[in-house]
Each structure stands twice: as structure tokens, then as C-alpha cells.
Design a protein. Structure first.
Length: 227
């Protein structure tokens, strides 16, 4: 799964990497401990332009009567997207990328949860594959929310957790958000990164609390790990 992640690249790098043509946000602050219900940077297509905006993390379907459902919908399984009421009407029209530099996952050891930071090997920027929806607040306002798509973990990450988010790079993001591409033609993108593309290491238990939002969260806890 994916329950916590980081986005810290400079704003200009984000815009250039993903070919942003329209920016709909006034400010951006790097975050080293993004949690569900937080606002996240999202790349999507609107009126044939590549747009950057902030959505709330945790999908609230347009038909929902209560926004609290979003806390239960931070992730969506790639294998069942077209089976679920909440997602199947989004896969061809409301695909997005959630901008990230890496994410945290926890390994269970007895009664302890040990956090790890996971990123692409050279630290390059990427997007999680995502879906989004809009929920009508009132006659003049809409709430934009999103979910992160997950898949079976690769061998390396499976030593920590059996699921991992789908990590898309620049060219893959371009294909994923382009609504001219059918979902059937994009299913192949919803796979785990290969082991040799991933770097992970143990970090401090400080990341267990979303209140600890510091660059120091990324410092390795030990010099040598099992991975």
C-alpha cells in the first residue's frame, strides 16, 4: 500500500519534468511526511493542457454522501479498478499522477513497526499513478480528491510489504494522463518497478507521526540494511 510519502523537488523542476502548461496553485512547500487527507501535487489533463494543481489525498466519489469516505480510499488496487463502483467510471476520464520523490513503508517485526524510505535509485522525480474525482460542495464549489494505485510488490519491497504504489516516470505520466488513450491500452503501466530500479533503507521512527515533517526524516537510521 502507500500511506505516507514525500515531495520535495524544487517547483521549477516539477514543472519542467512533467511538461506543465497550466499551474493552478499559488504556492508550494516541500513536504517530508505527507499523510492521508493532506493536499498533494497532482498532474492531470484539462482541456488538452497538462495541469498542475493540489487535490486532497483520499478519493471522495462524486456520488458519495459523506466526504469521510476519503479516509478509506487513499489507495486503489490496480487489479480491481474496473470492478469497483468508485473507480470504474474514472479509469478512462480522470487519471492523474501524484508527484513524489519517494514513500515510506513499515515492516512488522513482532510488536514493532520499522519504517523504511523507498525511492528510485538515482533519486529522480516520479508520479504515483492515480485517479481523481470531484465532489460537489455547493453550487459554486467542488472538492477535488485522488487515490494512489497500488500493485503487487517487487521482490525487494515484498520483504517489507506485499503491495507497493505504481511509480510512473515522465514518459509514462504523459501516456497515463492523456484521456485519448484508453485504459485498456494503459494497463501495462500498472506494474511494480524492477528491483534494480529501487533503493530503500531504514529511517527513524520519527516518521511514524505525520507531525514530524522534516528533511531529517530521510536520514538512514543504520548504515547497513538487509536490502
Amino acid at each position: 500500500m502507500c500511506g505516507r510519502f514525500v515531495t520535495y523537488s524544487p517547483f521549477e523542476e516539477i514543472i519542467q519534468t512533467f511538461g506543465i502548461e497550466l499551474v493552478l496553485i499559488d504556492e508550494y512547500m516541500p513536504s517530508y511526511n505527507i499523510a492521508p487527507s493532506n493536499e498533494v501535487l497532482v498532474v492531470f489533463e484539462k482541456e488538452e493542457k497538462v495541469v498542475l494543481d493540489k487535490f486532497r489525498w483520499g478519493l471522495v466519489p462524486s456520488w458519495s454522501k459523506d466526504t469521510n469516505i476519503g479516509y478509506k480510499m487513499i489507495n486503489a488496487r490496480a487489479e480491481t479498478l474496473t470492478d469497483k463502483k468508485s473507480f470504474k467510471h474514472l479509469v478512462n476520464s480522470k487519471r492523474c499522477g501524484i508527484v513524489a520523490n519517494g514513500f515510506y513503508e513499515w515492516r512488522i517485526e513482532g510488536h514493532s513497526k520499522i519504517p523504511y524510505f523507498i525511492k528510485l535509485k538515482d533519486g529522480r522525480l516520479f508520479c504515483f499513478a492515480g485517479l481523481y474525482d470531484t465532489w460537489q460542495i455547493d453550487n459554486n464549489n467542488e472538492l477535488y480528491t485522488c487515490t494512489i494505485i497500488t500493485t503487487d510488490a517487487n521482490e525487494k519491497i515484498s520483504q517489507i510489504h506485499d503491495r507497493m504504489p505504481v511509480m510512473l516516470e515522465k514518459e509514462e505520466v504523459e501516456k497515463w494522463i492523456d484521456t485519448k488513450n484508453s485504459f485498456d491500452n494503459l494497463k501495462r503501466l500498472l506494474r511494480a518497478k524492477d528491483d534494480d530500479e529501487i533503493e530503500l533503507y531504514q529511517v527513524s521512527n520519527k516518521v511514524n507521526s505525520p507531525k514530524n515533517n522534516s528533511k531529517s526524516n530521510l536520514i538512514p537510521e543504520v548504515k547497513n540494511t538487509l536490502f
